[in-house]
Design a protein around this ligand. Structure first.
Ligand SMILES: Cc1cc2nc3c(=O)[nH]c(=O)nc-3n(C[C@H](O)[C@H](O)[C@H](O)COP(=O)(O)O)c2cc1C
Length: 325
């Protein structure tokens, strides 16, 4: 496997808006050696110095490398945003050319750029020129089944200076449903010289291994498989590198992870917002545990921080004898 632009691993935690914030990155980083992305950062907002967007992009205090992902449509603003995020501590810059969300696509950004190769090329070129940082691109199989162009798109990325690319094996029309097409990822890998990261449907160490074998990619990227399972990216790294199969995670460790994340979310967002965001994590971390439904219903009605901590502690402590299936 290719050593990726000096990064510490061939395993990537995917950029996920609303998920891969500082508290989640810190948690995943504490569980193993993997590469971490920011949430996507809108170039228009960061150029306007929007405080919320600045906060998302500011990774200066993190002790591990963070790849900051930019989304937008204007090459000049990309160049400006690239300089800004470089000053805010980005290890490298990724360009989002895969987001399927209507609002983003309506702005001719994200996966809409897969239908406009000249503009996509200008954006990559402008970003590469603007900063000494490495620039990567994340995109999909194509816009829809009638316009599958990942191979041509990959070549365009390479020609315009991308250091590596990530291919998500679904079309924009598929959104996040259906199976990811690993064959298109294999085709991309066969047609470019820069490293290729495969993305889509990696939910275990075995699926990661399968993707590496079937597509010959240089690295793998995990997205939804890490929701409620911050251990997975690190486990994949350990398996690929040293052949270690993961042990089941003890419930006590799940409790500690959730409490740590809640604590960091309070520091980052304040108590009220942290409790609100923590609800989805409580659902994910209690999956498959006894009386999870009742616990979630109780937790959803909690607004007090101390009560939130006590409810988590009580629920998980009672189940410490049970390993998470
Ligand atoms: C909640 C959520 C938010 C996402 N946000 C982003 C994003 O900001 N940038 C991006 O490039 N992809 C984003 N994605 C797509 C993922 O990075 C990944 O490409 C996709 O989920 C496929 O991988 P999977 O099958 O492992 O989930 C998001 C996905 C989810 C589920």
């Amino acid at each position: 496997m290719t050593r990726l632009i000096g990064l510490q691993s061939n395993v990537f935690l995917a950029p996920m808006a609303g998920i891969t914030d500082y508290p989640f990155r810190k948690l995943v980083a504490s569980k193993g050696k993997v590469n971490l992305y920011s949430e996507m950062v809108a170039i228009n907002a960061i150029s306007r110095k929007n405080p919320k967007t600045y906060r998302i992009a500011d990774v200066r205090n993190e002790p591990y490398p963070v790849i900051v992902q930019l989304v937008g449509n204007d090459p000049l603003l990309f160049a400006e945003a690239a300089k800004l995020v470089a000053d805010l501590g980005a290890y490298s810059i990724d360009i989002n050319m895969g987001c399927p969300v209507r609002k983003i696509v309506a702005n001719e950004s994200g996966s809409a750029l897969m239908r406009d190769l000249p503009r996509a090329a200008k954006i990559i070129e402008a970003t590469v020129k603007a900063t000494p940082l490495k620039v990567s691109v994340k995109f999909r199989k194509g816009w829809d089944n009638n316009s599958i162009n990942a191979v041509d798109f990959a070549k365009m990325c390479e020609e315009n200076g991308a250091s590596y690319i990530t291919v998500h094996g679904r079309t924009r029309a598929q959104g996040y449903s259906g199976q990811a097409d690993w064959n298109i990822i294999k085709q991309v890998k066969e047609n470019v010289h820069i490293p290729v990261i495969g993305n889509g449907d990696i939910t275990s160490v075995h699926s990661a291994q399968n993707m590496l074998e079937q597509t010959n990619v240089d690295g793998v990227m995990v997205a939804r498989g890490a929701l409620g399972n911050p251990w997975l990216p690190g486990q994949i790294h350990e398996f690929i590198k040293n052949g270690h199969l993961p042990e089941p995670v003890p419930v006590s460790e799940i409790k500690e992870a959730l409490l740590q994340q809640l604590h960091d979310m309070v520091d980052f967002y304040g108590k009220e917002m942290a409790i609100s965001i923590s609800r989805k994590y409580v659902c994910w971390y209690s999956k498959n545990l006894r009386d999870a439904k009742k616990f979630r219903e109780t937790y959803t009605r909690i607004y007090d921080y101390n009560l939130a901590i006590k409810t988590i502690e009580d629920y998980f402590s009672e189940r410490e004898e049970e390993a998470k299936p």
